[in-house]
Design a binder for this molecule. Sequence first.
Ligand code: FAD
Ligand code: DHB
Length: 394
Amino acid sequence: MRTQVGIVGAGPAGLLLSHLLHLAGIESVVLEARDRAYVEGRIRAGVLEQGTVDVLNDTGLGERMNKEGLLHHGTTLRFRGRNHHIDFVDLTGKAVTVYGQHEVVKDVIAQRLKDGGRIEFEASDVAVHDFESDKPYVTWRDKAGKDQRLDCDFIAGCDGFHGICRPAIPASIQQVYERVYPFGWLGILAKSKPVQEELIYNNHARGFALFSMRSPEITRLYLQCDPDEDIANWPDDRIWEELHMRLAGEDNLRLPEGPIFQKGVTPMRSFVAGPMRHGRLFLAGDAAHIVPPTGAKGMNLAVADVRYLSRALESFYGKNNSDRLAGYSDICMRRVWKAQRFSWWMTSLLHKFDERSSFENEVQLAELDYVVSSRAAMTSLAENYVGLPFEEQK
Ligand code: FAD
Ligand code: DHB
């Protein structure tokens, strides 16, 4: 089998890359370890930056997102039991859209299949070969148990943090930066009407809580917990009780309860591996970098990477120009590090750190006080949250 770009991973990065390449007249094949139902049902991120929304709209993927997505003009920071509104539109002229990552994934898969695209689900033992030469190839075992080989010009490693592409790059060539946080997020989906129209990022002495949503009937909630928390220790009653305690305050905010139909624990880390290219292997999305979820940057970074990568490949095939491919890692990294800084800062601002002294706790609250009372500080938060502008490649 032969194609131009072999893509490993059918998450947002791999799928969107194959769609963008298709629009540029470039062929690809996507190899995915899981089955379609699993990929389409995996609950993860929910906030799309304006730039992500623009990419989806500009490439014909916006129809359902525009109908079902919720446009948020701002967000709430809550501390000492009181809400403080940050108005993104007033501060930056931009907004964000709440639309689940798995909905984006469903939309791109449907479009790829409609356009005759090739996604090989349930591909096991995927391995990447000879990407230091100009004849790379990928091997795997298909779902019928048959060994397969895909020859290609380039390989895109879009296989997430636990994938095989990043480890295939010699360690001597890669620099790794990492910070592991001493907590995780316990996330739930509940059939309960959102208590207000916008998200609430809540700082509390018992730990961080985030109120979000997926639709006018579905609430998405997160609680700061131990990184290795056993979800079995969290029956629904305990989750609601903890949420009520963390969100309580002088304004008597009370979440309406409802049946919880999805639960999970995510550990939190900041991670960057670079450069994002070695020979003809290009990494994109979580395969190269992970952010803690506070700030909702993970999926948006994946989209930005493949936007750059598809343009670089377009310039290679259309104009026989490799400059953009050569600059791919640098242009991505500049954005990645700004998102890392922002996600780390939001995480530090909002979570309870057991090792912090009472002095540091007071400094955290003072910083929150400052952020919500200074237009300059609110603007800085808002412009990072709605997404920094894409840098244009030469
Ligand atoms: P992924 O979505 O991880 O896609 C990688 C794909 O590659 C997967 O489909 C995987 O099955 C496949 N794959 C892996 N290994 C192989 C292999 N060997 N062979 C073939 N295929 C392979 N971000 C937020 O902003 N907010 C959140 O609330 C949030 N919650 C998250 C919860 C969890 C549990 C995780 C893991 C991430 C979360 N993120 C969140 C981050 C966000 O979801 C990711 O940044 C985003 O999914 C990145 O997309 P991606 O395509 O790069 O990687
Ligand atoms: C959601 C996730 C985030 O990480 C975030 O910062 C905001 C919202 C969500 O899943 O809705």
